[in-house]
Design a protein around this ligand. Structure first.
Ligand code: MG
Length: 222
């Protein structure tokens, strides 16, 4: 039986945001930066892997780089407005977490909890002040480590920090980034989390194993 739990973040603990929400933020950022909305949206998507691996620097560096690629040179104040908009959007996603009952129940029984997330620089910027950080004994974020799921090291950073072997872990995720196959390959017990909240997934996983539709169900698997 697993004795520790690793969670994906977007679509598993909190929403990734609807396309309409994301488009609205991108549109407002484009206006701040003086670039075209469609151009920024396309470049934002095209640079996802680089951003998820932390290759474009901090958020201000990222906005300066993307603006430059689109032929703009926004002022520091303009970049700061766009950054603040993006950060507030990300923080709003964290405030909409549905995971607190399950995380609280796991903490109450002393289960080690880790995060394995493919995410961009905004996430670590809002994480510590958000509602989830206090529950997690290990955090593996791709934009910090440079390593994305399903690469084994993405998971092993978290298991190492928790002091557990992969075979002692339950991995729960909605299946983006081929994360379920990656966890299973390391010998973890795996559950796909299915929820109306889950929304769009990046690189959907074809792994075909057991599912849960309520995170409190994790308690029954330990
Ligand atoms: Mg996900």
């Amino acid at each position: 039986m697993p004795r520790a739990v690793l969670f994906d973040m977007f679509g598993t603990l909190l929403p990734g945001g609807s396309r309409a929400e994301r488009d609205a933020v991108t549109g407002a950022m484009a206006a701040d930066l003086g670039v075209g909305v469609a151009d920024l949206a396309a470049l934002w998507a095209a640079t996802y892997d680089d951003r998820a691996r932390g290759l474009l620097g901090d958020l201000d560096d990222t906005l300066a780089f993307l603006s430059g690629r689109l032929g703009a040179d926004p002022t520091p104040d303009a970049r700061a407005r766009a950054a603040a908009r993006r950060l507030e959007f990300t923080a709003s996603l964290h405030r909409r977490t549905w995971a607190l009952p399950a995380l609280t129940a796991l903490a109450d029984v002393g289960v080690p909890i880790g995060l394995v997330s493919d995410c961009t620089i905004e996430t670590p910027m809002v994480w510590d002040a958000g509602p989830l950080a206090g529950f997690f004994g290990a955090v593996s974020m791709s934009c910090v480590t440079g390593i994305r799921k399903p690469e084994p090291e993405a998971y092993l950073r978290a298991t190492g920090d928790l002091g557990v072997d992969p075979g002692e872990c339950l991995f729960v995720g909605d299946g983006g980034s081929h994360e379920l196959s990656g966890a299973a390959a390391l010998g973890m017990t795996v559950r796909r989390y299915t929820s109306p909240h889950s929304g769009d997934r990046v690189d959907p996983d074809t792994w075909d194993g057991p599912q849960i539709d309520n995170l409190l169900g994790v308690l029954d698997l330990l």
